[in-house]
Design a protein around this ligand. Structure first.
Ligand SMILES: C[S@@+](CC[C@H](N)C(=O)[O-])C[C@H]1O[C@@H](n2cnc3c(N)ncnc32)[C@H](O)[C@@H]1O
Length: 241
């Protein structure tokens, strides 16, 4: 297992996962225990919280992340292949949390993910995801940062020093995040390649896939509408009736 995944929950111990989940809770119409589809579950931090009030099927294609999720949660609801191979439908809602959508680089792959999600949702069911806001990020590119934070959770107790050096290819709208992590006396690196999708591309791909009512919100102040200064976005849509 890559050390980045082994220590992911230490690195992101300060992320507000409960707030992510409460946004979906507010969008899903109210069967007492809805059936949810989560795409890109990572180590399962939102999954565990969603499972407090819903039955969740989690899709995760990275073997290391899937293995970590299995260490933490019962595995029967985890699907480790492309969503197109998932033999389940009738979901009351779907979510892809923490810029999963930016991991997708090709328009055809984006439409595939959206269409396969739409096909598995009930008519009218919501789809929620967050992403970097291309128009804003290109205007104000990400800067190198170093952060130090203490963690005390299932990973253990200690301090993480996290440096992220981003490189931007503005022409291709790609951002590469070079992580250098020091934790527990060891150092390791991880590289994450992201693509910046523009709002009109997202609207078009969602509509093409069978969604309607696409809306953009500020990534840090949901449900405030997105502005040109919104560096990250929440996106909501509904499966067409
Ligand atoms: C930044 S992580 C977020 C994990 C988790 N949602 C969180 O907030 O901690 C993005 C995850 O999406 C997964 N992912 C990216 N594209 C995917 C796809 N097409 N299908 C399923 N998982 C995908 C990656 O493997 C990675 O685990």
């Amino acid at each position: 297992m890559r050390p980045f995944v082994r220590y992911y929950d230490a690195i992101y111990s300060d992320k507000d996962y409960r707030s992510d989940c409460s946004i979906l809770r507010g969008l899903v119409p109210a069967p007492s225990r809805p059936k949810l589809l989560e795409i890109g579950s990572g180590t399962g931090n939102q999954t565990a919280l969603l499972r407090e009030w819903a039955d969740v099927t989690a899709v995760e294609t990275d073997k290391d992340f899937a293995a970590m999720l299995r260490e933490k949660l019962p595995a029967q609801f985890l699907f480790e292949r492309d969503i197109g191979a998932l033999d389940q439908t009738g979901f009351d809602g779907a979510a892809a949390y923490f810029h999963v959508i930016n991991y997708i680089h090709e328009a055809s792959a984006l439409t595939h993910l959206f269409a396969q999600t739409a096909q598995r949702l009930k008519p009218g069911a919501p789809f929620l995801f967050d992403m970097w806001h291309a128009e804003c990020v290109l205007y104000e590119p990400p800067r190198a940062t170093t952060r130090s934070k203490d963690y005390d959770n299932h990973v253990g107790k200690g301090r993480v020093i996290q440096s992220i050096t981003p490189t931007l290819d503005a022409a291709q709208r790609n951002v590469t995040l070079h992580y250098a992590i020091e934790i527990d006396g060891q150092g390791f690196v991880e590289t994450i390649a992201l693509h910046l999708w523009q709002r009109d591309e997202i609207v078009s791909a969602l509509q093409h896939a069978g969604f309607t009512d696409v809306a953009f919100f500020d990534g840090r102040a949901y449900p405030q509408a997105a502005t040109k200064q919104s560096w990250a976005l929440w996106v909501t849509a509904r499966k067409k009736e």
